[in-house]
Design a protein around this ligand. Structure first.
Ligand code: ADP
Ligand code: MG
Length: 233
């Protein structure tokens, strides 16, 4: 099997006044298809920077990220946007739902961006929200839902297009312990069902039990990288 993501000598510096911050210091690793990879690190260790590079949201200072054989930093902004729409899904700590749209409309949005007609998109969104246990909240706006409910909409929206890779930046950062477990169970079960690759960034050590791979970073460097043997679970 070929890696789905290859990270090669990735470096990211941010210029700040008279010096520069080295947020990622020549990182290299491969991710295999179907891995649920947790990237751990304390605040400021470079997790979000790494995720932004992996998803092509920011350009690296040097080095490259190759997804499915494509060096993404070489794509134009337009091609990158199309690439993201086709192959990537995103889950955010603060949910990032559209405030003026209902749960149903928020979930249907990525399908409509892909050119699927509204009726079909809404139909699929309804199914998806049912899967995450929100069939009774279809016409609620984000403000009318709890954090856990909003994140379930976020998950439905991320998985509705069945993307090859889903990136999640601290997806449970604003949730209580019980809701955290529910949300993680949902992410894991979608990923297994569709054989997707998940890259999840977190500072919460207890989420490692969901992972098949745990990469720990500190000061922009990898300090450990462990694959978990499924037979030991
Ligand atoms: P984490 O997500 O692990 O908390 P980040 O990736 O956000 O860490 O940040 C890593 C380092 O890079 C930190 O020292 C942070 O201050 C710095 N940094 C992140 N983004 C910027 C930016 N846009 N400009 C300057 N420094 C930044
Ligand atoms: Mg962060």
């Amino acid at each position: 099997m070929k890696p789905i993501i290859r990270v090669q000598n990735l470096r990211k510096e941010y210029p700040v006044k008279y010096e520069s911050v080295i947020a990622l210091d020549n990182i290299s690793f491969d991710i295999m298809p179907g891995e649920l990879c947790c990237i751990f690190g304390t605040s400021g260790s470079g997790k979000s920077t790494l995720l932004n590079q992996l998803a092509g949201l920011e350009k690296p200072t040097s080095g490259q990220v190759i997804i499915g054989g494509i060096p993404i930093s070489l794509l134009s902004e337009k091609d990158l946007a199309i690439f993201r729409q086709r192959y990537l899904g995103f889950i955010f700590q603060s949910y990032n739902l559209m405030e003026t749209m209902t749960a149903l409309e928020n979930t249907a949005l990525p399908l409509m961006f892909k050119g699927i007609n509204k009726k079909q998109a809404i139909k699929q969104a309804r199914e998806m929200l049912k899967t995450v246990g929100l069939e009774h909240r279809l016409s609620h706006y984000p403000k009318e839902m709890s954090g856990g409910q909003q994140q379930r909409v976020g998950i439905a929206r991320a998985f509705i297009t069945k993307p090859k890779i889903v990136f999640a930046d601290e997806p449970t950062g604003n949730l209580d312990t019980k809701t955290t477990l529910e949300v993680m169970d949902m992410i894991k079960s979608f990923a297994e069902q569709y054989n997707q690759t998940i890259i999840l960034v977190t500072h919460e050590k207890n989420l490692s039990k969901y992972a098949t791979r745990v990469i720990t970073i500190a000061d922009g460097k990898i300090i450990s990288d462990e694959r978990k043997d499924k037979s030991n679970e």
